[in-house]
Design a binder for this molecule. Structure first.
Ligand code: RI2
Length: 302
């Protein structure tokens, strides 16, 4: 949790593979590929829900194994992995900027926008809108149990945005005043369902009730191609100590504590998914997924 946000996690994984390639003592390209695959596997296990993580690793290692021939020398393989990692990182930061540009068009002066948790893509949209001199207000949920909403609120306030934090449970009370909700995504399934920080789906239901627009801002490496094969996105279950203290648990041994980190918002609660490739209704996301991941399944994702 020192590195949070699905985009940042993916870029950190790319940096880690670059580091493996640079510092490896492998003697042959085959040994280096084994080492990189092990690193990739370990990285993938770090956060099971954010699909940006395996997508980043598959982009780099898939690219390296495609470019590898019998005559490839160690130095060339190292360079290839470094180049692919840098390529992923720059595509990722570029995607966030494009999402900012596209998404800002949907913010108008006078808006009250609600967001949940801390998403780089959402923050970029709000900061772009602010830099276009649009005057709007933002409500940010606390995002229990780890309060990442405070990070979002602090960034927005530092940049002159009129922002208030509200308890997660106050969403329904304010929703009738909200013009649009914008949240990020950790994974998007082939049916357009969005996996994001716990509480997102509850906000979506409340927005649906008041006919408030509900947007998702996500780079395309948040699309989960495995869901085309019928796989489900695993929901990370985190420590109970994020919810209650060790002392409280010891004093109340009969109480179990559950702490899922993400939930799933079905496509019917989502108006638009804003990506760096354009805006899509959730029902159209499957076509984008097939275009971006055209290779025969399931070999690509092993
Ligand atoms: P960006 C975060 O998860 C939040 O759920 C956020 O909405 C999502 O990743 C996307 O964030 P966590 O890593 O990639 O804080 O837009 O558990 O920054």
């Amino acid at each position: 949790m020192e590195i949070r946000g699905a985009g940042r996690i993916a870029r950190a994984a790319a940096e880690a593979l670059k580091e493996t390639a640079t510092s490896s003592r492998a003697k042959t390209p085959a040994q280096l590929m084994i080492e990189l695959t092990r690193s990739g596997q370990k990285l993938k296990e770090a956060r099971p829900t954010a699909v940006s993580l395996p997508n980043s690793i598959n982009f780099i290692l898939g690219g390296a194994s495609k470019g590898l021939t019998r005559s490839t020398k160690m130095g060339a393989l190292r360079k290839m992995v470094i180049r692919l990692s840098d390529d992923f990182i720059s595509r990722s930061t570029n995607a966030v900027s494009i999402i900012g540009e596209i998404g800002a068009k949907r913010i108008v002066s006078g808006d009250l926008v609600l967001t949940h948790c801390n998403s780089e893509a959402v923050t970029q949209i709000l900061l772009d809108a602010k830099s276009q001199n649009k005057e709007f207000q933002v409500l940010v949920t606390e995002t229990r149990p780890r309060y990442q909403g405070r990070l979002t609120a602090a960034i927005l306030a530092r940049n002159g945005v009129d922002v208030s934090i509200i308890p997660d449970s106050a969403c329904r009370l304010y929703m009738h005043e909200v013009d649009r909700v914008i949240v990020g995504a950790d994974a998007i399934a082939s049916n357009g369902a969005v996996v994001n920080k716990i509480g997102t789906s509850m906000i979506a239901v409340v927005a649906h009730e008041t006919r408030t627009r509900f947007f998702v801002a996500a780079e395309t490496y948040k699309l989960s191609p495995r869901t085309l094969l019928g796989d489900l996105v695993e929901i990370e279950e985190r420590s109970p100590l994020e919810v209650v203290s060790e002392k409280w648990m010891a004093e109340n041994p009969g109480v179990k504590v559950k702490n899922p980190s993400f939930d799933i918002t079905p496509p019917e609660y989502i108006d638009l998914i804003i990506t760096e490739q354009g805006v899509f209704p959730p029902q159209g996301i499957v076509f984008l997924m097939k275009e971006l991941y055209p290779e025969p399944l399931p070999l690509t994702f092993e």
